[in-house]
Write a protein that binds this ligand. Sequence first.
Ligand SMILES: *Cc1c(COP(=O)(O)O)cnc(C)c1O
Length: 428
Amino acid sequence: MGAQRFLPTLDFARELDQADRLRSFRKEFYVQPDSIYMDGNSLGLLSKRAERTLLEALDDWKQYGIDGWTKGKHPWFTLSEKLGERMAPLVGASAEEVIVTASTTVNLHQLVATFYRPQDERTKILADELTFPSDLYALQSQLRMHGHDPEEHLILVKSRDGRFLEEDDIIAAMTEDIALIILPTVLYRSGQIMDMKRLTVEAHKRGILIGFDGCHSVGAIPHAFHEWEVDFAYWCNYKYLNGGPGSVGGLYVNRKHFGTAPGLAGWFGSRKDKQFDLETIMTPATTAGAYQIGTPHIFSLAPILGSLELFAEAGIEQIREKSLALTQYFMDLIDHELVDMGFEIGNPRDELRRGGHIALEHREAARICKSLKEKGIIPDFRAPHIIRLAPVALYTSYEEVWHVVHTLKAIMTEKHYEKFTNEREIVA
Ligand SMILES: *Cc1c(COP(=O)(O)O)cnc(C)c1O
């Protein structure tokens, strides 16, 4: 694929769009005609299917009131389980190993509360310094709840270059005092894919449990969590999964752990047939469902139903194939058009390592992002110097990528960015 045919012309971009087998999915989305959306890895766009299933859920409320829990088009009582079943193929797990519940950070809390079992000398948690800060905050507070000082008990693997992590460095840090490992599937800045299979094998050799944050990979790349024997994982559904702002998160637990009591228990983790017995002692579900806590946010679940239809129809392998082709084309065009302008590609070029977005680095990144916005292109800025650009397989065209690169070129040539300050906005 690195050797895919490339020409810098607009005609060639259009030719690629014509040949694109996923082309028809774009019209399933609300793509705004006067802007180019490059931020699908922060918040995916609304699809017509997601809108439909959300409206259907509202209609169930309208028609059935309380009976919406068991009646209607999408009975709420088992909606999290149903979505888990439909999401399972995207993470390479069985239906029972996946539940759609809570949010990323809450699910991390749940999983650490469940699987972090410090014993004797084994008291530390291993993570990395490039991970999303919310994960670190959660880990620090979990350690404190166990009476451990995070300064000493949270070990962060260092990056050699500020962009990437080396599996060798992580494995070297899997020492006898580590009880649990939490790592990203894909790094949120550079888009590097971690070798999850290798890391899991090495962790298990040393008797350490390992879990992954899949926010930047689920919906963009295929996974085989069960086959790799990953112990647990969690992710959000509002990025590549297009579930809408604040949509309910995903959680996977390998079946070998079924029966492990939830660290943070609540009645929605009950066996469904026992839940309404309302006994004083909980009977947890014998599936990943056990790690739910309270009543699910139905209107933040409902859009995911429609969105997942699109993933089932397109197929995650085809989505990955197009995503790689889009990012390769993006890089080819950047290499061709943005020469000597101070840009550097900060994501891995290698296909085995490259996630779903381009991390374009520039000293003036914050200002360039503001320029892009003024010109109708929606990027995503990550301090201090990264412009994240995510061409999304289901709705981004090659022609849009062409326009993004040419707009960047114009911004640099005309020094259009100089009219802005080089600071980030409140939500970046
Ligand atoms: C987006 C993201 C989160 C967000 O967590 P929420 O609890 O959904 O706010 C966490 N981790 C990573 C790696 C992310 O990219």
